[in-house]
Write a protein that binds this ligand. Structure first.
Ligand code: HMG
Ligand code: MG
Length: 282
């Protein structure tokens, strides 16, 4: 059976936008519940500026408190070398850098241009390589930007290629505001696949307009076999107004199972984790 990997985003992309500060113990409990569901990858937190994203200020405490399953890679976002050092000290199994395909979102999200962000990521990749820590690369706004409008497919391809050439093991293509359609998703993938092998691409869809599953089906047709999703459809991005949560993990799992793909996920345990995740929302 063809296998698809679901990269669970709930504790990071899901919770980062919550206005009410969530107790560290609850975040730890959520990760522990998710660790029983069969994931191989869970994004736990971000080592970003607490002034920018207060909800992620307890990144080190969360990583210190979880019960680690050795079969799972626990990941963290790292926007700069300082974040990387924090993630390494907290024993993140892998880290992720995040760039944007659009200038407007790059400025609003990480306070620099796209090219400046790529320069800032170079020392993170060098340090991670020396430490043998895998680095994932995100490209945001792959089809649409809340500030600049539609993103030309070539812009997404350029940034995806840059992150891949710098040494990211996988490029996650982010529809940050859930505005992609099957048509724009397809055009974007046509451009990106000319520079990055399909096997190194992941889809990261927010479900603002309930098109995430359709877009995932398009990606499956192109051969993508890794998707990001958040339990219970939690979340949104603090610097992308109107962005809703990631597509719900349970919805993606159901779609994949109905199409004959294996995910390795236990849907009953996932439902429990989803219930708990929902209870954390303000
Ligand atoms: P800046 O203000 O330009 O940088 O922020 P700075 O170097 O002047 O730092 C500002 C303050 O933050 C300073 O503190 C630094 O020390 C501190 P002060 O001196 O004022 O007291 N600082 C840090 N603290 C902790 N950890 C760090 C760190 N770095 C600096 N790593 C910066 C630039 C990149 C730091 C900031 O813009 C930032 O943290 N942005 C992160 C925003 C974010 O987390 N967004 C959400 C994640 S991205 C996303 O959701 C999209 C994704 O899901 C894919 C998709 O859907 O498209 C991945
Ligand atoms: Mg996201």
């Amino acid at each position: 059976m063809d296998k698809v990997t679901l990269f669970e985003m709930g504790p990071r992309d899901g919770l980062q936008n919550e206005k009410k500060l969530i107790d560290t113990a609850d975040k730890i409990n959520l990760v522990d519940l998710l660790s029983d569901c069969g994931f191989s990858k869970i994004e736990v937190t971000s080592f970003v500026s607490p002034k920018w994203v207060p909800q992620m200020a307890d990144a080190a405490e969360v990583l210190a408190g979880i019960n680690r399953n050795p079969a799972i890679a626990y990941a963290a976002l790292t926007p700069n070398l300082r974040g990387y050092e924090g993630a390494k000290a907290a024993r993140a199994d892998e880290v992720a850098i995040f760039a944007s395909a659009s200038e407007g979102f790059s400025q609003k999200n990480i306070n620099c241009s796209i090219d400046e962000s790529l320069e800032r990521f170079a020392p993170v990749l060098a340090a991670a390589k020396a430490d043998n820590i895998p680095v994932r690369g995100y490209v945001s706004c792959v089809t649409d930007c809340p500030y600049d409008g539609p993103t030309p497919p070539e812009s997404t391809a350029r940034v995806a290629k840059a992150l891949y050439d710098m040494g990211c093991y996988e490029i996650s293509l982010g529809d940050t505001i859930g505005a992609a359609t099957p048509e724009t998703t397809s055009l974007m993938l046509q451009a990106v696949q000319q520079h990055v092998p399909i096997a190194k691409l992941a889809g990261h869809f927010h479900d603002t307009h309930a098109r995430a599953l359709d877009n995932i089906e398009v990606c499956l047709g192109y051969g993508l076999r890794t998707f990001d999703a958040a339990v219970g459809g939690l979340g949104g991005c603090p610097y992308a107004p109107g962005a809703k949560g990631n597509v719900a993990t349970e919805k993606v799992a159901n779609l994949l199972h109905s199409k004959g793909f294996a995910t390795g996920l236990d849907l009953e345990r996932l439902a429990k984790a989803s219930q708990f995740a929902q209870s954390l929302k303000g």
